[in-house]
Ligand binder design. Structure first.
Ligand SMILES: CC(C)(COP(=O)(O)OP(=O)(O)OC[C@H]1O[C@@H](n2cnc3c(N)ncnc32)[C@H](O)[C@@H]1OP(=O)(O)O)[C@@H](O)C(=O)NCCC(=O)NCCS
Length: 189
């Protein structure tokens, strides 16, 4: 960046002054990554932290996903996350998962930032998340909300979806066993 560069200086890393962002490479997921994404997510579905889905659902959604690799182990995916568009101004961060062996090194942060950047690039105004990781999301600007942040007309349209994540977003009775103890959070972009 030169002294004439009009761009603002990069924001400090939210991990705090002196704590440098982890050297992690985040990239668009490819179909060849899907089995590894499934494997990464699987343990979190067994404890109901994330929704259990069939392998085919990950192939269908692969274009929504980003994956993370650490430079010391190129080719080994250690994290993933997806941005699922819900309506004309809102999307959901879903299936954000980091291999427990590398958690706490900034991988989750980099994945989430990439998904938020995607939401901005798509012209969206809000990002929703349903999570147990309240502090992690709160430190990145999400706040807890009650209910479903859409009007009644949009709610009625969204009821037509067959997606399990949308059922959770709408807080439908059939989705409640999956969402017990989760917090509903929203980021305004
Ligand atoms: C939530 C989740 C994705 C976070 O992943 P992660 O890789 O551990 O996240 P990070 O390492 O970026 O951040 C966690 C903490 O590590 C520490 N940390 C992160 N980067 C750091 C760095 N560069 N230096 C030192 N410490 C750092 C910080 O304490 C950070 O907390 P804070 O920044 O919120 O204060 C992970 O816990 C997970 O997979 N959970 C299960 C699935 C889930 O609940 N997903 C969310 C709903 S979709």
């Amino acid at each position: 960046m030169t002294s004439q560069d009009p761009r603002p200086a990069p924001a400090p890393h939210p991990a705090g002054p002196g704590r440098r962002p982890a050297p992690v490479v985040v990239r668009q997921a490819r179909p060849a990554d899907v089995r590894r994404i499934y494997q990464l997510v699987q343990p979190f579905t067994e404890t109901r932290v994330l929704i259990a889905k069939e392998l085919i659902s990950y192939f269908e959604a692969v274009q929504e996903f980003v994956v993370a690799e650490l430079p010391e182990e190129p080719g080994r995916i250690v994290g993933c996350g997806a941005l699922h568009v819900l309506w004309d101004d809102i999307a959901e961060v879903r299936t954000l998962a980091v291999d427990p062996r590398v958690q706490g090194r900034g991988v989750g942060h980099e994945l989430l930032q990439t998904l938020i950047d995607r939401a901005r690039a798509l012209g969206l105004r809000r990002v929703f998340c349903l999570t147990f990781e309240v502090d992690f999301f709160a430190r990145r600007g999400f706040r807890r909300i009650a209910g479903t942040p859409v009007g009644t007309d949009v709610y009625a349209e969204m009821l037509r979806s067959h997606d399990d994540g949308v059922a959770e977003f709408l807080d439908l009775a059939r989705a409640k066993p999956n969402t017990l103890g989760n917090s509903r959070m929203l980021l305004e972009l």
